[in-house]
Design a protein around this ligand. Structure first.
Ligand code: SF4
Length: 443
């Protein structure tokens, strides 16, 4: 319910307030924000964007029901150029996609004009993280522009070999909070269960680059049973998040085995799967997979998307059938410098998420892993983005911005400051347009 009747414009306030952040606004005489303030810039940028969008009349993509995924012009052109002999059936077979990942310099340079820096980074064997890109995801990369956002997320740069101030291989202290290999028990009622260390496509900013792609976490029975035993014996665990690597790169049989074992544990109420599959390997989302997952409800998914260019017809199809399978979908997005660190890109991304029936869940400040300085933005950038979303678009499209505290402190939410302080029997608030309001609230 709205309480507009209780709000009073702050121009009626004559006395100085005890403000939480008194330097941020002059509540005595500033009724309207000055024209140069960031909010008015945000407002006009968002309004301009909305008007451009209306003019273009972009159709809303519906959820394709066809068995064969529709595709975009860029993917079609890429296939024609590099895989002319590959049938639709093979291209849409996820095993084919995984077994034809692009990993060698020879393959990469046939598809992209590599810069000297990219080549040098590729050839340096001290990289923590391997290089691998599915043919499908490669089709979304720009051949000639090394600054294209998706290209930057998967093609290494020499900076990833430089350890900058505050960076660590395990900044979140996961090893310290791991009672058995592959399990992180940080919060009281839930655990992170790393079921493998394999991903079809490796993101250069990966928080677990110390582990993923190294081939040490094999999803074998011995390894999995140790983690399952810990969960069985710890009755406080009601929520298990399967992660990795990417759990959806496991075969249906192996995934079913893990989910069945978890479902046999009475205190496990919720199972979640963290995956980037709909963005990098949407072919993996088959009707057989959905039938399997449906057997293990309540099952939730956190999907990793970082840029609107990932929201292709193939990704729409994959998310559509996951949602039709009754799986609540949330998104996780990492804030990345030069990739998605502006309000327009984030607005477009989260609008796609909503159309794909994914609730934008977390916007992560990029973790200070070794070699991440070129991806990290100042915290103020994340706050500015949240400020440019809140009020300017659907509340459901606004994720929670979090910093995962170094050393294992867990996720800490950050919000722009809308609470200005208390004045007698009221609190003073600022709305999304910097309008000042007073709400009656006795201490
Ligand atoms: S999909 Fe996730 S686990 Fe895999 S490389 Fe990307 S961020 Fe890391």
């Amino acid at each position: 319910m709205h309480h507009n009747a209780f709000f009073v414009k702050a121009s009626n306030i004559n006395e100085p307030a005890e403000t939480a952040d008194s330097s941020s606004v002059n509540i005595q005489d500033d009724d309207e924000p000055p024209s140069s303030c960031p909010t008015s810039q945000i407002l006009s940028a968002v309004e301009q964007k909305a008007s451009e969008h209306r003019k273009k009349k972009d159709p809303v993509l519906v959820f394709p029901r066809t068995r064969i995924a529709p595709t975009s012009n860029v993917t079609r052109a890429f296939r024609k150029k590099h895989y002319p002999e590959i049938s639709n059936k093979l291209w849409n077979d996820w095993y084919w996609q995984v077994s034809h990942r692009i990993r060698s310099k020879q393959q990469l340079s046939a598809m992209l004009s590599l810069t000297g820096e990219e080549t040098a980074a590729f050839e340096n064997k001290e990289r923590l993280l391997p290089i691998s890109v599915t043919p499908y995801y490669m089709s979304l990369l720009s051949e000639n522009d090394p600054d294209q956002p998706l290209r930057r997320t998967v093609i290494p740069m020499p900076q990833e070999l430089i350890r900058s101030f505050g960076e660590e291989d395990d900044p979140l202290g996961e090893e310290k909070q791991s009672p058995v290999p592959g399990l992180v028990h940080r919060y009281p009622d839930r655990v992170l269960f790393m079921v493998n260390d394999f991903c079809s496509t490796y993101c250069r900013y990966c928080t677990r680059s110390r582990v993923v792609g190294h081939g040490e976490l094999q999803a074998n029975h011995l390894y999995l049973e140790k983690a399952l035993d810990y969960i069985r014996q710890t009755a406080t665990i009601r929520d298990v998040l399967l992660s990795g690597g990417d759990p959806l790169t496991l075969s249906d049989d192996r995934l079913n085995w893990i989910l069945t074992r978890l479902r046999q544990i009475p205190h496990v109420e919720i199972i979640r799967i963290g995956t980037k599959i709909p963005a990098v390997l949407p072919q993996r989302v088959t009707s057989q997979l959905i039938r399997l997952l449906r057997r293990h409800h309540p099952l939730w998914m956190s999907l990793h998307f970082v840029h609107p260019d990932e929201c292709t017809p193939e990704a729409y199809r994959a998310c559509g059938i996951l949602a039709d399978g009754g799986i609540p979908l949330g998104s996780q997005t990492v804030l990345l410098k030069g990739i998605n660190d502006n309000i327009e890109t984030m607005t477009e991304l989260f609008h796609h998420m909503m159309k794909m029936r994914i609730r934008p869940y977390y916007l992560y400040q990029c973790d200070p892993i070794t070699g991440s300085a070129h991806f990290r933005t100042p915290i103020e950038k994340g706050l500015e983005i949240i400020r440019g979303l809140r009020g300017f678009t659907s509340g459901y499209a606004v994720p929670t911005y979090v910093v995962d505290a170094p050393g294992g402190g867990g996720k800490i939410p950050l919000m722009p400051n809308y609470f200005l302080g208390r004045k007698n029997d009221s609190i003073l608030l600022k709305n999304f347009k910097d309008g000042l309001y007073q709400y009656p609230d006795s201490p």
